[in-house]
Design a protein around this ligand. Structure first.
Ligand SMILES: Cc1cc2nc3c(=O)[nH]c(=O)nc-3n(C[C@H](O)[C@H](O)[C@H](O)COP(=O)(O)OP(=O)(O)OC[C@H]3O[C@@H](n4cnc5c(N)ncnc54)[C@H](O)[C@@H]3O)c2cc1C
Length: 356
C-alpha cells in the first residue's frame, strides 16, 4: 500500500504537521506518543493557548532570571511563558490527528520506502520529524547531521521547589560554554545543564549544581542533543522539520515553539500538495522559503551564543545588565519571537476538515 504522506516522529514537529493531514497518512513513532519527554517543556503561553492545550499548563512565568558568576538580573517577559506537561500536551495534539499511527523504529529510506523494524512503508510525500538524528535525511546524506553543531543537555526533575520565573545560569563555574536552567513546574522544577560544544560529561556537574542549591536529584536524569544551527529544510523531495532541520534557537535552546510553528506550516503546505493545489516542487519551495525568511533570527541567536561563550563572565554580566534596559528589551524580544511566531500556529477551530 502507498500512503499519501508518511511522517516519521510523533513529537512536537511531527504532530503539528500531522494535524493538517487526512486520508492515507501514516505517522511512525518509535515510542508511545507523549511518553518520551526529553525537554524542560518551557514555551510561550500563547503557543499552548493557540493550540487549545491550556489544560497541560503546569505554571505560568512572567520573568526570566539570568544568573552570572557575580549577578542576578531579572527581566520582565513581554509575553508570559509556561511550563507544561509533555504527555498531556502531545496527547492533546494527537486528538486533532487523523493519521494512522504505527509504533516502529525507522532505520532509513530506500527511494520512497521507509524502512522500519515492522516492515517497509511506501509514501508519496515524506516528512522527517525524527529529532536531531534526522533518520530519513541522514539516510539520504550521511553527512546531514553535523555533530559539531549541537548542544548536549542533561536534566532532572525535582520535587518541592516553590519558585517562579525561568532561571538561566551563564557561569563557567556551573558549566563552561553552556548554560544551566531551573524551570519551576507547579511545585516541581526541571533543572539541567547544557554544553554548547556538545560535551556529554555533565552528570557530575549537574549533581554538584543541585547540591549547591540543597536539592536532591530526581529519580530520572534525561537528556540529549539539540542543534543550534539551521540545517536544510528539504532534501530532494523530503520535508524536514523541527530538530531534524536544526530548527532550535541557539543560546536559549528553545526548540519546541519552532518545531510547532514550522511543523504547522509544513503540514499546511503538504495539505495543499495532497489537495492538488501545489506541485511537490512548489510545496517544497514554499516550505523552504518560510524557513529561510527566519534565517537571520536563528543566525542572530547563534552570534549571541558564540559571543557570550567567548567573552569573560564579567562582560556577560555587563551585557546582561545592558539587555535589561527597556530599549534593548524592545529590540531583542521581538527579534527573538520572530524566529517562530506563535501567532502563525493554527488553532484547533481553524483546522480544515478532512477533504475526503
Ligand atoms: C535537556 C533538554 C531540555 C530542553 N528544554 C527545552 C525547553 O524547555 N523548551 C524548548 O522550547 N526546548 C527545549 N529543548 C529542545 C526541545 O526538546 C527540542 O527542540 C524539541 O523537542 C524538538 O521537537 P521535535 O519534534 O523536532 O523533536 P523531538 O521532540 O526530539 O521528537 C522526535 C520524535 O521522533 C521519534 N523518533 C526519533 N527517531 C525515531 C526513529 N528512528 N523511528 C521512529 N521514531 C523516531 C522520537 O521518539 C520522538 O518522539 C530541550 C532539549 C533538551 C535536550
Amino acid at each position: 500500500m502507498e500512503y499519501d504522506c508518511i511522517i516519521v516522529g510523533g513529537s512536537f514537529a511531527g504532530l503539528a504537521a500531522a494535524r493538517h493531514l487526512h486520508g492515507d497518512v501514516l505517522l511512525i513513532e518509535k515510542g508511545e506518543i507523549g511518553a518520551g519527554q526529553t525537554s524542560a517543556c518551557g514555551t510561550p503561553l500563547e503557543v499552548v493557548e493557540q493550540l487549545g492545550l491550556s489544560d497541560s499548563v503546569q505554571q505560568i512565568h512572567r520573568s526570566l532570571v539570568l544568573h552570572t558568576a557575580s549577578a542576578r538580573i531579572e527581566y520582565r517577559l513581554p509575553e508570559p511563558y509556561c511550563t507544561f506537561d509533555y504527555a498531556r500536551f502531545c496527547r492533546g495534539l494527537l486528538t486533532d490527528v487523523g493519521a494512522h499511527v504505527v509504533r516502529a523504529v525507522v532505520r532509513g529510506l530506500d527511494g520512497n520506502e521507509v524502512i522500519t523494524d515492522e516492515g517497509r512503508f511506501r509514501g508519496r510525500v515524506l516528512v522527517d520529524a525524527s529529532g536531531w538524528r534526522a533518520v530519513l535525511a541522514r539516510s539520504i546524506d550521511p553527512a546531514f547531521v553535523d555533530a559539531r553543531a549541537m548542544s548536549f543537555g542533561l536534566e532532572t526533575e525535582v520535587a518541592d521547589v516553590d519558585d517562579e520565573g525561568l532561571h538561566f545560569w551563564l557561569d563557567p563555574a556551573v558549566v563552561p560554554q553552556g548554560m544551566g536552567w531551573l524551570f519551576p513546574a507547579g511545585g516541581r522544577a526541571r533543572i539541567g545543564l547544557a554544553s554548547h560544544p556538545g560535551d556529554t560529561d555533565l552528570r557530575q556537574r549537574l549533581l554538584s549544581f543541585l547540591e549547591a542549591r540543597g536539592l536532591a536529584c530526581g529519580s530520572r536524569i534525561h537528556g540529549g542533543y539539540y542543534p543550534w544551527r539551521l540545517r536544510p529544510a528539504t532534501l530532494g523531495s523530503l520535508f524536514i522539520v523541527g530538530d531534524a532541520a536544526g530548527q532550535c534557537l541557539a543560546l536559549t535552546g528553545e526548540g519546541i515553539r519552532p518545531a510547532l510553528v514550522f511543523g504547522d506550516f509544513c503540514g499546511r503546505v503538504i495539505r495543499k500538495l495532497l489537495d492538488g493545489q501545489l506541485t511537490h516542487q512548489a510545496a517544497l519551495d514554499e516550505y523552504r522559503g518560510f524557513v529561510s525568511q527566519r534565517q537571520r533570527n536563528f543566525s542572530g541567536m547563534l552570534v549571541a551564543q558564540r559571543l557570550l561563550d567567548a567573552i569573560p563572565n564579567k562582560q556577560v554580566t555587563w551585557l546582561g545588565r545592558l539587555g535589561s534596559l527597556r530599549p534593548m528589551r524592545n529590540l531583542f524580544f521581538p527579534f527573538y519571537e520572530r524566529a517562530a511566531d506563535p501567532a502563525k500556529l493554527t488553532s484547533a477551530s481553524n483546522l480544515l476538515p478532512a477533504a475526503r
